[in-house]
Design a protein around this ligand. Structure first.
Ligand SMILES: [Zn+2]
Length: 320
């Protein structure tokens, strides 16, 4: 077996690729604009071209690569290699992406959920290296989780374990994209922060956010909430506290149910820092049984945006 693999992360706006060695180091990178809203064939073609130009630029031949691991958002049937649903990529329901890519790339291909891939990356090479029972949770545009139990990825009976974003934390809360009310994702992710900020502006609240978005509530983004909060804006501080607190409640559920030794938090919102993470840790400790306090190490991602690519590639070795 060769000691090189390719990892691919199919996101909503781009496809990221990396050529990895056995230490999990990225030797070469490739990118392609993902075709959000395009049919599967166009995304498959983009993946094939990205892999081909990645190998060419690295001077690596086909026979030197053991396989291609692919992470993709949405519900993935890992055993059958099928995308069950993907909100970023309409028309993908039940698409056999693994076999399609295998035929086109002529490599063994493994397909998994993007959060599972990122969890595997952090577990093998990142902030979860020394753990055995680890959860990786993204605090970003959305909110997803990958679970490692006794050193193995736990995918559940139908491959959709870890959907923490759609656990209901307030049945009377705002409507979620999944059709239920008060999912964790309605409070604790970038989309939720955007929405909560819009609601404040539309209610006429006095806030710096109005200036930062040019009085266009539709343009408000989580980054502007963070910026306003850093300048002491009380509305923005309240929103970050709410998002952080609900995220902490999500973490408390994870600790109660899975008793992990480590929780790795990743995703862009993590960069906001203590204004978001302090209320999160406080809510975590307030909402777990005292016997569980401090049982889980809470750490920040080490691989950041590379976690998905590295974990996807490393899954090839796991399958060997
Ligand atoms: Zn939901």
């Amino acid at each position: 077996m060769t000691d090189l693999v390719v990892g691919i992360d199919i996101g909503g706006t781009k496809i990221a690729a990396g050529l990895l060695d056995l230490r999990g180091h990225i030797l070469a990178r490739g990118y392609s604009r993902s075709h959000a809203g395009c049919p599967p064939e166009q995304v498959v073609q983009a993946v094939v071209q990205t892999v081909s130009s990645l190998l060419a630029s690295a001077g690596v031949s086909h026979s030197q690569v053991a396989g291609v691991g692919v992470g993709c958002a949405g519900h993935i049937d890992f055993q059958r290699g099928i995308v069950l649903t993907n909100s970023n990529l309409p028309d993908w329901d039940c698409h056999p992406l693994r076999d399609t890519l295998q035929d086109r790339l002529r490599f063994p291909v493994v397909l998994d959920n993007d959060a599972n891939c990122a969890a595997w990356g952090e577990y093998r090479y990142g902030a979860g290296r020394s753990s055995r029972y680890m959860c990786y949770i993204t605090f970003s545009t959305g909110c997803g989780m990958g679970i490692i139990i006794d050193g193995r990825l736990y995918r559940g009976s139908t491959g959709t374990a870890g959907e923490i974003g759609h656990t209901v934390v307030n049945p009377d809360g705002p409507l979620c994209s999944c059709g239920k009310r008060g999912c964790l994702m309605s409070y604790a992710c970038g989309m939720a922060l955007d929405q909560m900020a819009r609601d404040c502006l539309e209610c006429g609240e006095e806030t710096l956010l109005r200036v930062l978005c040019g009085d266009c509530p539709d343009k408000i983004q989580a980054e502007q909430v963070a910026e306003a909060a850093c300048q002491g804006d009380l509305v923005a501080l309240r929103l970050l506290t709410t998002a952080g607190r609900y995220f902490g409640i999500g973490l408390s559920t994870v600790v109660q149910v899975l008793n992990p030794d480590t929780i790795v938090i990743g995703g862009g919102l993590t960069h906001i820092g203590p204004l978001l993470l302090d209320p999160c840790l406080q809510a975590l400790n307030e909402n777990i049984h005292p016997v569980l306090v401090n049982t889980a190490r809470i750490v920040i991602s080490e691989l950041w945006d590379d976690a998905g690519v590295i974990g996807a590639g490393a899954l090839i070795w796991e399958m060997a």
